[in-house]
Design a protein around this ligand. Structure first.
Ligand SMILES: NC(=O)C1=CN([C@@H]2O[C@H](COP(=O)(O)OP(=O)(O)OC[C@H]3O[C@@H](n4cnc5c(N)ncnc54)[C@H](O)[C@@H]3O)[C@@H](O)[C@H]2O)C=CC1
Ligand SMILES: O=C([O-])CC(=O)C(=O)O
Length: 354
């Protein structure tokens, strides 16, 4: 049934509020729910840190994703502006903004997928671990909110240092009694995206035709590209292997230095995060054969967390693939990666336990 003229005018007037923020009990919330009901079926997705360098383009890309019916944009600053802006896109998802800690619970309630790019980025000269001091606390707070308000949501964790923030979130969920290892995924897609790009450059082919598994973690030597397992199969000279491995491991630093103090990768990261979130949503929908690399709870090595290829499905991580055959160069790289990863994981665990 068509809404009558008064209802239509009220709807348009409500939209004139610049923030389009959804306060509890406001007509805005009822309006958005009403549209959500009338709109296409899909998943409810929240972005925490949505006003940031990654968050904004990620919000844009998720608003374009036809699998998303409701998009919640949460940040401690500027959420109203980003929400008003993105909400004008003529795509299906209903967009709601949430500003500051008092609105975190509303932002999270009912979500199927929560993507977290909240936290400070690197400046030249810093390691990802230098971000631990600030980002560990941010991730802890957000994970506590998820445990309380949407314990069954899939979580895509982007905030650095991923090698420690994923263990932090896991410990928070364990403490709350909600931990499901299949639903907590550290986002390492940017390493794969870079590896595909750099390998394609060397091979002189379209990067969309290349698939490079990248395992381990998401910092320096813990980023381990398996160049012996590139698809389609190909071979490299020892010099190419050294150069490619080094560039993939230091891709983040390459961007941090080029931005010269203005932050780290945001656009390529938003692309990678949107790609990974889409894979998670397709898995949730029940699509078959969705395989991505991700830093997850794992028994592939003796470490409690490790990035490998995983198969995504209705429950999140449905299957974790083994490393496959490694050459001597990769075996040495694996030992270095594990050594550093062990410390970073322990640091995250201790942050919550001690
Ligand atoms: N996993 C990966 O491959 C990558 C991870 N990153 C990491 O992503 C994070 C974000 O990077 P950018 O977007 O460039 O930083 P940014 O500083 O541009 O944005 C971060 C956003 O988080 C928000 N924020 C801070 N505290 C918050 C809280 N308690 N709750 C909600 N939001 C909060 C800020 O207000 C800001 O809008 C950094 O830690 C960075 O190192 C960056 C690139 C790649
Ligand atoms: O390098 C950084 O700090 C941001 C990041 O994780 C990446 O670009 O891979």
């Amino acid at each position: 049934m068509q809404p009558d003229a008064n209802q239509r005018i009220a709807r348009i007037a409500a939209h004139l509020h610049p923030s389009n923020l959804q306060m509890e009990g406001s007509s805005g919330l009822r309006r958005a729910d009403c549209r959500a009901k009338g709109g296409a079926p899909g998943f409810k997705v929240a972005i925490l840190g949505a006003a940031g360098g990654i968050g904004q383009p990620l919000a844009l890309l998720m608003k374009m994703n036809p699998l998303v019916s409701v998009l919640h944009l949460y940040d401690v600053v500027n959420a109203p502006g980003v929400t008003a802006d993105v909400s004008h896109m003529d795509t299906g998802a209903v967009v709601r903004g949430f500003l500051g800690q008092p609105q975190l619970e509303n932002a999270l309630t009912g979500m199927d997928l929560v993507v977290i790019p909240a936290g400070v980025p690197r400046k030249p000269g810093m390691t990802r671990d230098d971000l631990f001091k600030i980002n560990a606390g941010i991730v802890k707070t957000l994970a506590e909110g998820i445990a309380k308000c949407c314990p069954n949501a899939i979580v895509n964790l982007i905030s650095n240092p991923v090698n420690s923030t994923v263990p932090i979130a896991a410990e928070v969920f364990k403490k709350a009694g909600t931990f499901d290892p299949k639903r907590l995924l550290g986002v390492t897609t940017l390493d794969v995206v870079r590896a595909n790009t750099f390998v394609a450059e060397v091979l002189g082919v379209d990067p969309r035709e290349v698939s490079v598994p990248v395992v381990g973690g998401h910092a320096g030597v813990t980023i381990l590209p398996l160049l012996s397992q590139v698809n389609p199969p190909c071979s490299f000279t020892p010099e190419e292997i050294n150069t490619l491995t080094d560039r993939i491991q230091n891709g983040g630093t390459e961007v941090v230095e080029a931005k010269a103090g203005a932050g780290s990768a945001t656009l390529s990261m938003a692309y990678a995060a949107a790609k990974f979130a889409d894979a998670c949503l397709r898995g949730l929908r029940g699509d078959a054969g969705i395989v991505e690399c991700s830093f997850v709870t794992s028994q592939v090595t003796e470490l409690p967390f490790f990035a490998t290829k995983v198969r995504l499905g209705r429950g999140g991580v449905e299957e974790i693939f083994p490393l496959g055959p490694l050459n001597e160069y990769e075996r040495i790289g694996l030992e270095k990666a594990k050594k550093e990863l062990a410390g970073s994981i322990q640091k995250g665990v201790s942050f919550i336990r001690n």
